[in-house]
Design a protein around this ligand. Structure first.
Ligand code: 13P
Length: 246
C-alpha cells in the first residue's frame, strides 16, 4: 500500500495539533487504499494518539534514541514511543544528519533498535547540492543505505526508505519526478543486492518540496511508493489534497 506521510518537524503545539486533526480527519475519512502517517513533534504524540482513536491514520515519531533507558538527557526511547502507539520512526532525516551531526553509525544503531522494538523505520537518505553537482548522487545514497543497514542486511523488508535530496527540502525546488524515479529504481536494485532474499516490501518515498500540485506527478512514477511531506503537510487541507492526489 502507498504511504503518504507528514513530517511536521518542529511545528504545531499540542493544541494546534488537535485543531489540525479536527480539520484533517474528516477530509480523509474512509480512505482505505493508502496508508496515511502523521509524524508530529514528541510533545504532540499523546494528544494526536488520543485524537486518532478509531481512525486508520497511523502515528510516527520524528526521531528516537537507541538505548532502552537511562541517563540520556533529552532523548526518547522506543518503549516510550510504543506506549503512545507510534508505529513508524523517521531515522536519519537530513536535518538530524546536518544540523545535529548524526553519523551513519548512530543512524545504524537507531535502525537496529527500531527493528528490535518492532517499530518500522523510515530511513531518510539523499545527497547535498554539491554532491549532486559532482555526479555523486547514487554513490551517496548507496553509502548511506549500506551503512544504515550494516549488520542487519537480512531485514531490508522491515523498513521504508525516503529519498530526500537535501537541496530539495524546504526550498520550493523539488527533484523532477523523472530524476526521483531514477534514484528510486536504483534504491530498489540496491536492496536486492544487499539482501538476496529481499521481497520488495520496502516502500521508497520521495520527499522535498512536495505540494498538492506536484504530488500526483511523483505518485505516477513507477517506483515512487509514497511521499514524505514537510511544509505542505502543516496545512490540513493541503496535506489532505496530497493524500488524495493520485
Ligand atoms: P519539505 O516538504 O518542506 O521540503 O520537507 C521535506 C522533508 O524534509 C520531509 O521530511
Amino acid at each position: 500500500m502507498k504511504l503518504i506521510s507528514a513530517n511536521w518537524k518542529m511545528n504545531l503545539t499540542p493544541s494546534q495539533s488537535l485543531a489540525y486533526l479536527q480539520k484533517f480527519l474528516p477530509l480523509v475519512e474512509g480512505i482505505k487504499d493508502r496508508e496515511i502517517l502523521l509524524c508530529p513533534p514528541f510533545t504532540s504524540l499523546c494528544v494526536v494518539k488520543d485524537a486518532l482513536k478509531g481512525s486508520s491514520v497511523k502515528l510516527g515519531a520524528q526521531n528516537c534514541y537507541y538505548e532502552a533507558k537511562g541517563a540520556y538527557t533529552g532523548e526518547v526511547s522506543l518503549e516510550m514511543l510504543k506506549e503512545l502507539e507510534v508505529s513508524y520512526v523517521i531515522v536519519g532525516h537530513s536535518e538530524r544528519r546536518w544540523i545535529f551531526g548524526e553519523s551513519d553509525e548512530l543512524i545504524n544503531k537507531k535502525v537496529i533498535s527500531c527493528l528490535k522494538a518492532g517499530l518500522r523505520p523510515v530511513l531518510c537518505v539523499g545527497e547535498k547540492l554539491e554532491e549532486r553537482e559532482a555526479g555523486l548522487t547514487f554513490k551517496v545514497v548507496e553509502t548511506q543505505i549500506r551503512l544504515a543497514l550494516s549488520g542487519i542486511e537480512e531485514y531490508t523488508d522491515s523498513l521504508d526508505i525516503a529519498y530526500e535530496p537535501v537541496w530539495a527540502i524546504g526550498t520550493g525546488t523539488p527533484a523532477t519526478p523523472e530524476d526521483a524515479q531514477l534514484v528510486h529504481a536504483f534504491i530498489k536494485d540496491l536492496l536486492n543486492q544487499i539482501n538476496s532474499k529481499h521481497q520488495g516490501k520496502t516502500r521508497v518515498l520521495y520527499g522535498g518540496s512536495v505540494n498538492p500540485k506536484n504530488a500526483g506527478e511523483f505518485m505516477s512514477m513507477k517506483d515512487v511508493d509514497g511521499l514524505l511531506v514537510g511544509g505542505a503537510s502543516l496545512d490540513p487541507e493541503s496535506f489532505a489534497q496530497i493524500v488524495k492526489s493520485f
